[in-house]
Design a protein around this ligand. Sequence first.
Ligand code: FES
Length: 118
Amino acid sequence: MSEVTESTAGTTADFVKVCTLDELPTVGAAAADIHGRIVAIVRTEDGDVHAVDDTCSHANVSLSEGELDGCTLECWLHGSRFDIRTGDPSGPPATAPIAVHTVKIEGDDVYVALNQEN
Ligand code: FES
């Protein structure tokens, strides 16, 4: 029996099925709408899947349309770089982080629990 609700750090995170692994690029990002929030689902070269807010913290640009370099997603407009594991900017001009969401893989299904704190 699969469980789509998981307790983390004392809070209950609600996981939403977003896509299957087959629907993601082998290496790269795809945008998904989760309860009206656009999230970039990113698969890295080592097969890990991460989820971060799709909107660049510098301006209203889709990060899933940018370039992935290891665990760094680069905005296509001005070149800000974000670590998709932490959301922290690792290259200017962005100075604010992007939200990181929790990913769970069950079989071929990709679930994401939104981080509601930011
Ligand atoms: S909009 Fe992303 S770096 Fe400027």
